[in-house]
Design a protein around this ligand. Structure first.
Ligand code: MEV
Length: 309
């Protein structure tokens, strides 16, 4: 049975500022994934069975802004294909939590359909298709989510015209991240929209914050390349301060950050759109378990430990 799968993602440094042309660093989160399967349908039409959303989407009847129907239509157009199909999607990636669930589900559908029609698409082509649906989730997406997920590798991303700059970045020494879920679903479209309104009202203040974030990204990239991982925690905490200034943190995020830092994390920040979703902590391996326990006690809805290599 043709199957497509796609990883989640973590933005290490630079979210929100990346929408305004600053660089950001993101890595794939391969241990949680979205999956899609495609089979021929005995009856007419194309139906997407979205198990996690508890709904079936009839592609021909779906609204234009339905992202799952849209990615299906776009991929079929790309392949010049038309057939009756049942597409089933499921995902381990919590929805609206900053881990790229939307882009991952779309990527899994593109991959499963491409396998079904025996077409091979390059990561850049998959990324471009998924970007079209990211606009439905995000409003004005930078393109970082679809890029890191379609390439499934660490990327430094910078928006550009006509094409973004996508470069791999070096991680000289692997490190451990604790990822803690606030349990609060927070659609990226809303935080991205709020930051845009703030920027329109106070452009100079926001541009300064974006520049500060860009400087942190540069320092982090150098530290990663030199294997100076002990700097990452502090840089995350500095990045978090700028995210607070952008208004995308929340009481729940700060609560988890405080608990993790008290338990010995080297630093931490929200990751993704903010106001909910996930926070990440840089931790020395031997502290990871303690930090995990502390954030669970502080109310985290779930915790993932991952090695970034
Ligand atoms: C979302 O994962 C990251 C944001 O920077 C939005 C974007 O880049 O499209 C908040």
């Amino acid at each position: 049975m043709p199957v497509g799968s796609a990883c989640g993602k973590i933005i290490l440094f630079g979210e929100h500022a990346v929408v305004y042309g600053r660089p950001a660093l993101a890595v794939p989160l391969s241990q949680i994934r979205a999956r899609a399967t495609v089979v021929a349908r005995a009856k007419d039409g194309i139906v997407i069975h979205a198990r996690d959303l508890g709904r079936d989407i009839v592609v021909n009847d779906a609204l234009v802004e339905d992202a799952l129907a849209a990615i299906t239509r776009l991929t079929l157009e790309k392949h010049g294909a038309a057939e009756n199909l049942d597409i089933t999607v499921e995902s381990d990636i919590p929805l609206a939590s900053g881990l790229g669930s939307g882009a991952a589900i779309s990527t899994a559908i593109v991959r499963a359909l491409s396998t079904y029609f025996e077409k091979v698409l390059a990561p850049a082509e998959i990324s471009a298709l998924v970007y079209e649906t990211e606009k439905m989730y995000h409003g004005t997406p930078s393109g970082i989510d679809n890029t890191v997920i379609a390439y499934e590798q660490a990327v430094r991303f910078r928006r550009g015209t006509p094409l973004p700059e996508i470069t791999p970045f070096q991680i000289a020494r692997p490190f451990t991240l604790v990822i803690a879920n606030t349990g609060i679903a927070s659609p990226t479209k809303i935080t991205v929209g709020d930051v845009r309104r703030g920027w329109e009202q106070e452009p100079a203040r926001y541009e300064k914050i974006f520049d500060n974030i860009a400087a942190i990204v540069e320092q982090a990239q150098e530290a990663l390349a030199r294997g100076e991982n002990e700097m990452l925690g502090e840089l995350m905490t500095l990045n978090q301060r700028e995210l607070v200034a952008l208004g995308v943190s929340s009481r729940e995020i700060e609560n988890l950050l405080e608990a993790g830092l008290r338990a010995g994390a080297g630093g931490g920040k929200l990751s993704g759109g903010g106001r909910g979703g996930n926070v990440i902590f840089y931790v020395e391996e031997e502290r990871a378990e303690e930090v995990r326990r502390a954030v669970l006690e502080a109310g985290a809805a779930g915790v993932i430990l991952t090695r970034v290599v």
